[in-house]
Design a protein around this ligand. Sequence first.
Ligand SMILES: [Zn+2]
Length: 253
Amino acid sequence: MTLRLFGCVCGQFHTEPRGLGISGEGRISVPVPFYVLEHPDGVALFDCGLPAAMIDHEDRFRQALRATDVDASLTAEETVTSHLERLDIDPARVSKVVLSHLHFDHAGGLGELPNATLVVQRREWEAGFDPALSAQYGLRKRFFDHGHKVQLVDGEHDVFGDGSAVCVPSHGHTPGHQSLRVKSEQGDHLLTGDACYACEVVETRQFPSFSDPAAMNRSLDALLAMREADTVMVFGHDPGQWGETPVLPSGRA
Ligand SMILES: [Zn+2]
């Protein structure tokens, strides 16, 4: 096995748990993870977290989120660049960013990754440029349209050509959402992205209001059916997976 997988937390959301399909009262903080795939053929990321501009409490987009009762927080140590530098990876060396979807908390770090080719489902990319769909699903061009090279894929796609990382379409959260199946030195992982925000949602099936719930149910069923005995599912924003014992390492120690 030649692939190494790291999981890094790039900031947090602070909001009501119910909007995320998570039970409980009061406020909850949930992580914004992204993943680093270190392969002999190059470094790829799966998603890239929040934009570094959101470190600033008065950032205009953070203010707009607060108006919808969602705050975000991000420290200088949590940016994509800081995480990569701790792994001794120059951000300019990242050759691919596989995007689960085009939301700002998954595509936000693209501005820090100048040489990456984006690997995106064709229907997601097209939705991002469709006025009605981009408005309905909150796909904001300023977070993903930076002039990167884009590789559009339709359905399953083998990222390195050796089966170690395979994109799996999981539409519903957004029109062309995809998940990533990874076989690495760290084991067999299914990175769901926002096809499932948290472990609890596997049971509750509480999906965000903007999403297509029928498609989300179908996608989540397909992801669950794909698991093998030792597959670990890593969810989109599950606080339990990134607490004292993170589900994936963020460093080489
Ligand atoms: Zn998200």
